[in-house]
Design a protein around this ligand. Sequence first.
Ligand code: FES
Length: 252
Amino acid sequence: MSKTFEPKILAFLCNWCSYAGADLAGVSRFQYPPTIRVMRTMCSGRVDPTYIFEGLENGFDSVFVFGCHIGDCHYIDGNVHTAKRMNLVKEVLGLAGIGKDRMHLRWVSAAEGQLFADSVKELSEVTAELGPLDMEAAQLPLAAARRTFESPRLRWLLGMDRELTERENVYHEKIDPAAYDQLLKEAAKEELEKALILETLKEGSLSVRSIASKSGLPVYTVSQRLGDIERAGQVDLDRYEGTTPLFVSLAV
Ligand code: FES
């Protein structure tokens, strides 16, 4: 680990397994670095994806989520949903250029104090290798990533995972889990692109080219997504500058 940089990490611990595992690590005097600030939640499934981005926006260098092993969740399948959501959080962190390794998910039981200490040590080293999060560069992509997970489309898809893949609809159809994962990734990418445009437009009316250069998106993608969000009533044509149309955000 870098000697000059000690990362500041937000760690969500589920009450029934991981928090008890951390407690055991403490009473057993297992050593781990003082890098984490703990938030206790009743279940890892209670950790909304937006909390990860809020943590990073508020100055943490990475965020860890600890929960019960699969099959041991005290709310039956809360951690199954956690795994699905956090996989997508990693995907969006990668797409947004923030880095997939700014977030980690681990399972630790109440009896695994040593595993908790080892996990904090290992993941703190990974974060230290990454270095501090450059908030100036990450501000826009983080806000866009958070907005991505606030989109009704993505929230609906994430909330319906088991309905769509395990139970049949009225036509006796269900979606193949691999096809559902692909659908989720494509939806997340599109929602991130829309969110990047909306966040960029917070600074005022802009042309397609200006949005592209400020957001890092290709001009073609900006044109395509602007059409989508214009139809959804979140963006409108503001005025012309010469012959160039400038767009304004109507979203909150
Ligand atoms: Fe621990 Fe659900 S209670 S993950």
